[in-house]
Design a protein around this ligand. Structure first.
Ligand code: ADP
Length: 292
């Protein structure tokens, strides 16, 4: 935001389309996968336009250091980190002011939805790793983190879906790309609690009129519903594949125990004998009669 737009650069063309061909109200492609890491309690991998994000959740587990413990609730701690290779110029590794700020606002957003009072003295640690960045990473990170929390089975009052709006060439648009973020006029990331539409994060960099804010909220609220549907579908796919592999395992176990009992088959005959006996009984009587 705020970079000087190169001379003659047009972010919205005469047909009202953006540099990547999207309409103002269109999201970039979004792909979400839940449960991708074995070692984490919950995880999510997300690709959103050119962003690639991994989120992992550990906990609830005893909070360390102990002086960080809250006797009334769990601490929801988020670490947002951009990999050194996530942007075209190598990013200096480690926390900087920007990542600290994003970690803080993400913690606050998630703290609002996690039922933290169920886990006093515990910590729920959320790691957001930006593997590739192309604008909108705080929204992508928060959206992934929430899927990872659900994947970890952490009780929440709702899912958080996050997306930015912005202003480019004077038009309010959804989900800014890198050029739009660099050379646009306004960036406006928002995070909603799905279902209630409660806002748990809202930032603004640049200027908006009150009408433009209304339009930005309208676009982001509608898009949050689309994002929520994708989050839910990713979690469902994860549970369906778990159920499928559970069923496959059961079938394999059945097949194994069946093949482990080839000698059991002759035993099956005596098993049938009682039935044979029951059926044979009148016959035995007849025989008895005949003898008499
Ligand atoms: P967000 O990623 O949430 O939009 P910003 O608006 O701060 O956050 O950043 C916009 C984009 O600028 C990032 O997605 C990333 O592509 C790029 N960027 C951010 N920090 C750096 C950095 N240290 N080096 C290079 N590019 C960066």
């Amino acid at each position: 935001m705020g970079g000087k737009k190169p001379e003659g650069m047009v972010l919205i063309n005469d047909q009202g389309l953006r540099l990547d061909g999207r309409r103002p109200d269109q999201l970039r492609n979004l792909k979400i996968e839940a449960g991708v890491l074995k070692q984490a309690d919950g995880s999510c991998y997300l690709e959103w336009g050119g962003n690639k994000v991994m989120a992992a959740v550990y906990g609830p587990r005893e909070c360390h250091p102990r002086h960080d413990q809250d006797p009334t609730k769990a601490r929801v701690r988020v670490r947002y980190n951009m990999a050194a290779f996530s942007v075209s110029d190598r990013k200096r590794p480690g926390p900087d002011r920007r990542s600290q700020e994003i970690s803080k606002i993400s913690s606050e957003a998630l703290d609002h939805i996690v039922l933290a009072s169920l886990y006093p003295r515990n910590a729920i640690d959320v790691f957001i790793e930006i593997l590739e960045a192309e604008a909108g990473t705080r929204c992508a990170g928060l959206t992934a983190a929430c899927v990872a929390l659900a994947d970890a089975g952490i009780p929440m009052k709702g899912m958080v879906a996050s997306v930015a709006a912005g202003k480019i060439d004077g038009v309010v648009c959804l989900d800014l790309s890198r050029e739009e973020d660099n050379f646009g006029e306004t960036d406006f990331p928002v995070a909603y609690v799905a279902g209630t539409n409660e806002i748990v994060l809202l930032q603004q960099d640049g200027h908006f009129s009150p009408e433009e804010i209304d339009r930005a909220l309208e676009l982001t609220a509608k898009a949050a519903q689309e994002i929520y549907a994708l989050q839910k579908a990713a979690l469902l796919r994860k549970y369906e594949s778990m159920a499928q592999s559970g069923a496959d395992e059961e079938r394999a176990e059945d097949a194994e125990s069946a093949s482990a009992q080839p000698e059991a088959e002759p035993d099956a005959a005596p098993d049938e004998e009682p039935h044979a006996d029951v059926a044979a009984e009148p016959e035995a009587e007849t025989t008895h009669e005949e003898v008499r």
